[in-house]
Design a binder for this molecule. Structure first.
Ligand code: S3P
Length: 463
């Protein structure tokens, strides 16, 4: 196995240490076999630390994702006054200060690569009469924050941001936040959650109207913490969510289930690598997160849901996945919010399918950790796979067998681009390399050992 190459050394701010840029290379692999558990769900992990910090007393969290994004949220909550301790057995204890009890942080809050961390925390700070500065890495500093700033301004917060509503920004929360009714201009769980979290500090009811339903972890968890949250389903998928403010949150125990967005990588790897048969344990199949699995099954993927159960208010199952001959399909555009983070790895599955896979309605991909439509298209082309880029998605011309491979892929500081193209290289004729792997640690720190344990041949180190 070849050793990694260090390209450059670059200092990172805040809790992030200086690291090397690492290339990683995935080689055509033998059948993947075995049973794994992927790390805890990222969305649920962020929310557990945030709401734990806003409850009165001790919340205990097991199965927390210990990726860099979530660790940045833990650090920010500490700077805002919550005490957060990790026990040796991996249990996280969060001693909350109560809604309204956060203190002004002495230094800037650094969210690294995490859009969820920064946007949800902006909502929380907006509901407190304090000032905080929010920063992030180069990728996060390019992403739009205006979508959160607009409703938070309406609620009484004031924000000074870089041009275009970018980080770094300084937010002063409202002395007394106003409850608002906010129709979301984009289907975004982050914006919905920011408004609901700000609404915790406002008198009366804060209402968010969603054009299309997005992940509902905030609503589920707010209820678990004893908040008064009501959801009404309207026509054509419109959903209205109301939270009653000036809430007292009661601490609780949270068992974080496995992340379906992380499980997507071994699942697609097994589907495209001949002879594979793997089981991924304990994945949440919350209907607002499971769109990829419905899509892969429609493409002919052998995916079985075993031991379906309810854990901590979320539906959970073990997934058994076997290598499959896939066929291209048109992915229903209305499914986009339930699989928004999974399009890069779906494009990899599509490259192996017989015929075209059409993905539309996913314009939000343009403003994720990278422009994921452009990054995926460039990566596929570099590996001899035909793709047509659309403003809101792409059409991948499937190969119906092993694509060529042999390309070197630019990841643009995007963990999901990195992992997707490593999955591609397990099934192509020639190895596929990526320019840097360290961003994988933001969401899936054990990606390399877990994949190698299944039999994936990936050379290099990511951290
Ligand atoms: C997330 C919501 C989604 C998703 C992100 C996590 C969340 O973003 O892409 O990875 O935890 O609320 P948007 O709300 O911007 O669609």
């Amino acid at each position: 196995m070849s050793r990694f190459r260090a390209f450059a050394r670059r200092p990172l701010s805040g809790p992030f240490k200086a690291r090397n840029f690492m290339t990683l290379t995935a080689h055509p692999s033998r059948a993947l076999t075995g049973e794994i558990a992927v790390p805890g769900d990222k969305s649920i992990s962020h929310r557990a630390l945030m709401l734990g910090g806003l409850a009165v007393g001790e919340t205990r969290v097991t199965g927390l994702l210990e990726g860099e994004d979530v660790l940045a949220t833990a650090e920010a909550m500490r700077q805002l006054g919550a005490e957060i301790i990790r026990e040796a057995d991996g249990t996280w204890r969060v001693f909350g200060v109560g809604v309204g009890g956060l203190k002004e942080p002495a230094t800037a809050l650094d969210f690294g690569n995490s859009g969820t961390g920064v946007r949800l925390m902006m909502g929380i700070v907006a509901g407190h009469p304090i000032t905080a500065t929010f920063t992030g890495d180069a990728s996060l500093s390019k992403r739009p924050m205006g979508r959160v700033i607009t409703p938070l301004n309406e609620m009484g917060a004031s924000v000074h941001a870089r041009e275009g509503g970018r980080l770094p920004l300084t937010l002063t929360g409202a002395e007394r936040a106003l409850p608002i009714t906010y129709p979301l201009p984009v289907a975004s769980a982050q914006v919905k959650s920011a408004v609901l979290f700000a609404g915790l500090g406002a008198p009366g009811q804060t209402t968010v109207i969603e054009p299309k339903p997005t992940r509902d972890h905030s609503e589920r968890m707010l209820k678990a913490f004893g908040a008064d949250v009501v959801t009404e389903e309207g026509p054509k998928g419109v959903r209205v969510v109301r939270v009653t403010g000036e809430a007292e949150l009661t601490p609780c125990q949270i068992a974080v289930p496995g992340d379906p967005s992380s499980a997507a990588f071994p699942v697609v790897a097994a589907l495209i690598t001949p002879g594979s048969d793997i089981t991924v344990r304990g994945i949440t199949l919350n209907p607002h997160r499971a769109g990829l699995y419905a899509t892969l099954i429609e493409m002919g993927g052998h995916i079985e849901f075993l031991n379906e159960r309810d854990e901590g208010g979320e539906p959970v199952a073990d997934l058994r996945v076997r290598a499959s001959a896939l066929k291209g399909i048109e992915v229903p555009p209305e499914r986009a919010p339930s699989m928004i983070d999974e399009y890069p790895v779906l494009a990899i599955a599509a490259a192996f399918a017989e015929g075209k896979t059409v993905m539309r309605g996913a314009e939000e991909l343009r403003v994720k950790e990278s422009d994921r439509i452009a990054a995926v298209a460039a990566g596929l082309i570099a590996n001899g796979i035909e793709v047509e880029e659309l403003p809101d998605g792409m059409i991948v011309q499937g190969h119906g067998g092993e694509p060529q491979g042999g390309g070197h892929v630019a990841t643009h500081m995007d963990h999901r681009i990195a992992m997707s193209f490593l999955v591609l290289g397990l099934g192509t004729k020639k190895p596929v390399s990526i320019d840097e792997g360290h961003m994988i640690a933001t969401s899936f720190p054990d990606f390399l050992p877990l994949m190698r344990g299944l039999g994936a041949e990936i050379a290099g180190e990511s951290a």
